[in-house]
Design a protein around this ligand. Structure first.
Ligand code: AMP
Ligand code: ZN
Length: 469
């Protein structure tokens, strides 16, 4: 398997450090808000990466963090904690916010058929680990205490920037929104390992430490969790491109200074999903969620197909026109699969060239759009029905597009497919719950949402039914 490595800026063969297992780490979501479809693009491509690695024969061990502390509104370690902002916005506690948005993220993953990594750890669960790392960094002179906080001293490194010059000027005051001057730092790139002093004193989550009561910085959590669960040598580290600097640059700085040797062999970065006006981000207010897309008539599989038809290293621009094309392409595939008659016996031998073609596309820097071509080739082929279904089923182990079970949603009429019928039933249930808790605004919203899709709700004394209009 060959993948582009953002550190060396070359396509390289993946050679795990151990012959028995390949370790994979993913930066998880900051759970102060719903994941937007940009975040989900990264998680879709990381899931396909994991499944492709398994498909080509690696034994993958994957871990992911959930950021529930320490991520401030500016990546330059200033501003407010994002979790506190979320708690204030929703009039809830930080813990309630973390639970609400972790659950919502998990549901999004399920709807997109993304495998939940076997190791998922909230940042707040490993504080002892971070303290252990910071203690060693203090003892070896890589960290210093200033004004109450503990900082990593980047001047101690031979090489700090590891992803090219990316970010070199980013932390200059004024260059990036929200980067205030922190006079306690010795060097502009130094970053906080442990906070005891901040603009806000009412931080809900605080722990005892040798440097005073406080909380960990954002970067240390990924180093700590990764080293605890995946060991001293990490094979592949994933994230969106915005994580290259400062987050991943700082992860490398502290992990390698702590370990005394190279830490991660390969960096896999997913390019952004942009809107026509720029990057989609949680802090920019208006962003699209998976549920919102569904209200607009695009099921999760359509969005997933849209992502898979483009290469992970290319910027993907979201528009309803582009999603409409993905919708018609996906529906065309599903229709053709529905038409296959499962006749004959499975011939693995005859399926093999198509699966090899599929595998070769994935092995070539995860070329998912070329992998989809292999799927089209199966549909066009002379293979018998049983063999076609077998090959499609194998490919779907990686793609996770519900290829053998999906049905095309009919616009209207009585012959609704099961998926759409189940969707309507679910919405009726949600509306019932909303009405029971006197949330009439939500109940009306659900009614309108269904109406927009040609479904009219009819309330009777025995409950709610519907008719297609
Ligand atoms: P966050 O929850 O903000 O920590 O981000 C979760 C993941 O989504 C990280 O890997 C980010 O790099 C990634 N990400 C953020 N914005 C986008 C975007 N517009 N497109 C693709 N990935 C993104
Ligand atoms: Zn991370």
């Amino acid at each position: 398997m060959k993948l582009y490595n953002s550190e060396t800026r070359q396509i390289e063969e993946i050679v795990p450090h151990s012959k028995d297992v390949l370790t994979l780490y993913t930066c998880g979501p900051t759970v102060y808000h719903y994941a937007h479809i940009g975040n989900l693009r990264s998680y879709i491509m990381e899931d396909v990466l994991e499944k492709s690695l398994r498909f080509v024969g690696f034994n993958v061990k994957r871990a992911m963090n959930i950021t529930d502390v320490g991520h401030l509104s500016s990546d330059g370690d200033t501003g407010e904690d994002k979790m506190l902002l979320g708690a204030e916005r929703e009039h809830k506690t930080v813990l309630e916010i973390a639970k609400k948005f972790t659950d919502a993220f998990k549901t999004d993953c399920e709807r997109l058929n993304l495998k939940w990594p076997e190791i998922v750890v909230p940042a707040t669960a490993c504080v002892d680990e971070y303290i252990k790392i910071i203690e060693k960094l203090m003892a070896t002179g890589y960290a210093y205490k200033s004004g109450g906080n503990v900082y990593f001293d980047t001047s101690k490194l031979k090489e700090y920037y590891r992803f090219g010059n990316q970010g070199k000027d980013d932390l200059i005051v004024g260059a990036r929104e929200g980067v205030d001057e922190d006079l306690e730092k010795r060097n502009k790139n130094d970053f906080v390992l442990w906070f005891t002093k901040s603009k806000f004193e009412n931080h809900a989550l605080k722990w005892e430490s040798p440097w005073g009561t406080g909380y960990p910085g954002w970067h240390i959590e990924c180093s700590g969790i990764s080293m605890k669960y995946l060991g001293e040598h990490l094979d592949i580290h994933c994230g969106g491109v915005d994580n290259k600097f400062p987050h991943h640059t700082n992860e490398i700085a502290q992990s390698e200074s702590f370990l005394g040797h190279k830490w991660c062999g390969h960096w896999f970065h997913v390019e952004h999903l942009n809107t026509k006006s720029g990057k989609m981000s949680k802090s920019s207010g208006e962003f699209l969620t998976l549920s919102r897309l569904e209200e607009m008539g695009y099921f999760p599989m359509i969005y997933k197909y849209f992502c898979l038809s483009s290469h992970y290293r290319k910027i993907l621009v979201f528009s309803t026109e582009a999603l409409d094309s993905a919708k018609s392409a996906y529906e065309k595939i599903v229709r053709r699969i529905n038409e296959i008659k499962e006749d004959g016996n499975i011939s693995k031998e005859q399926a093999s060239p198509y699966l090899e073609q599929f595998k070769a596309a994935l092995e070539n820097d995860l070329n998912t759009s070329l992998a989809l071509t292999a799927l089209y080739d199966v549909l066009k082929s002379e293979l018998n029905g049983a063999t076609k279904c077998y090959a499609i089923g194998e490919m779907d182990k990686v793609l996770g597009l519900d290829l053998l079970t999906a049905q095309v949603v009919q616009e209207a009429g009585n012959d609704l497919n099961d998926e759409f019928r189940a969707f309507i039933e679910q919405k009726i249930e949600e509306r019932k719950t909303a009405k029971a808790s006197k949330d009439y605004a939500l109940a009306d919203k659900i009614r309108e949402e269904l109406k927009a899709r040609g479904v009219e709700l009819v309330d009777t004394k025995d409950g709610t039914t519907y008719k297609i209009v």
